[in-house]
Design a protein around this ligand. Structure first.
Ligand SMILES: Cc1cc2nc3c(=O)[nH]c(=O)nc-3n(C[C@H](O)[C@H](O)[C@H](O)COP(=O)(O)OP(=O)(O)OC[C@H]3O[C@@H](n4cnc5c(N)ncnc54)[C@H](O)[C@@H]3O)c2cc1C
Length: 286
């Protein structure tokens, strides 16, 4: 089906994009890579009056260093994030999660910022940004504000972004030297996660000094596995000790019930995947 007719604008700066949103009505919408928005338009589940396309704003496509942070432009595609050397060095789990999104065509078009703004609870990017303690930058008519990833997701497909704001970048503290691993379990390859876990671990003296775990599809938003993180801290890097702590990954979560799995199955899966992810991140497995 074809989308309903809409006006289209492709600004060349963030300021122009913000102005275009301010000039539009409530049905004006932003276009990132179009991998979620275009299917919605084609199914006529949305009928925007104006689409503001961000693809011609060069600064949104940059990955750059800013002191002890990495700044990833909102329009950086999953493909670029999966292959970028700065992402690999300082925020590797984001590159791994980006490489796990859909299929190559989707990764060539879909963007990191679009995936976060879309806020699918089964998405791959949210849990990685959460585990990396990322901060989302939003620019609107009154300037730019920074929202920690833990405060960004408000519910399924809902964030705290105001309609007049453009998600411009994700700032990630450099995790140089930390161990990281993304574990995704899906029904068939290249499909959405039944459950996924992003692990970010700092090992010191043979023990886990710091550990952050992001979960996908374990609730209405991406979540941190707080109980497992606490239990993990201080454990010696041995398979049995890590597995015991990882088994708590589903604690406090409310995973969905659907044909792919029951909540109990997903909690079990979260524990297994967290165990694998932390073991890999801590250097126990390849
Ligand atoms: C068949 C298929 C399989 C997929 N599989 C996976 C998967 O396994 N894992 C996964 O995580 N994702 C998957 N996706 C989704 C994919 O990652 C999309 O790229 C992502 O959800 C949205 O990114 P986008 O850049 O295409 O955004 P768009 O589709 O352009 O936009 C999505 C939403 O975000 C808003 N938006 C986009 N960019 C911005 C911005 N910079 N500022 C403000 N608002 C913005 C739009 O207005 C829209 O509401 C899949 C998609 C398809 C079609």
């Amino acid at each position: 089906m074809r989308p309903v007719a809409f006006d289209y604008t492709a600004p060349s700066s963030v300021a122009e994009a913000v102005q275009a949103l301010a000039d539009g009505d409530d049905d004006t919408t932003v276009l990132g890579g179009g991998q979620s928005l275009m299917p919605v338009l084609r199914m006529r589940m949305a009928d925007p009056s104006t689409v503001v396309d961000l693809s011609r704003i060069p600064e949104l496509r940059e990955v750059r260093e800013d002191g002890d942070h990495l700044v990833i432009g909102a329009m950086v595609t999953h493909h670029v994030a999966a292959h970028d050397p700065l992402v690999a060095e300082h925020a590797g789990v984001l590159g791994q999660a980006a490489a796990a999104v859909g299929d190559p065509q989707i990764r060539y078009r879909g963007t990191i910022g679009g995936a976060l703004a879309h806020a699918d609870p089964a998405g791959d990017i949210g849990p990685a940004v959460l585990a990396l303690d990322g901060v989302i930058e939003l620019t609107g008519p009154s300037g730019t504000r920074s929202v920690p990833a833990g405060e960004f997701f408000a519910g399924p497909f809902t964030t705290v972004r105001d309609e007049g704001e453009v998600l411009t970048a994700i700032r990630i503290p450099k995790h140089t030297g930390w161990g990281m691993q993304y574990e995704k379990f899906s029904v068939v390859s290249q499909s959405w996660a039944i459950v996924a876990v992003a692990a970010v671990v700092r090992v010191e003296g043979g023990a886990v000094a710091e550990c952050r775990l992001g979960l996908s599809n374990m609730g209405s938003t991406p979540l941190r596995a707080s109980a497992a993180e606490s239990a993990m801290t201080g454990r010696s890097v041995e398979a049995s000790a890590l597995e015991e702590a990882a088994a708590l990954a589903g604690e406090g979560t409310e995973p969905p019930e659907d044909p792919a799995g029951t909540p109990a199955y997903r909690r079990h899966l979260a524990g297994v995947l967290a165990g694998r992810a932390v073991a890999g991140a801590a250097g126990l497995t390849g």
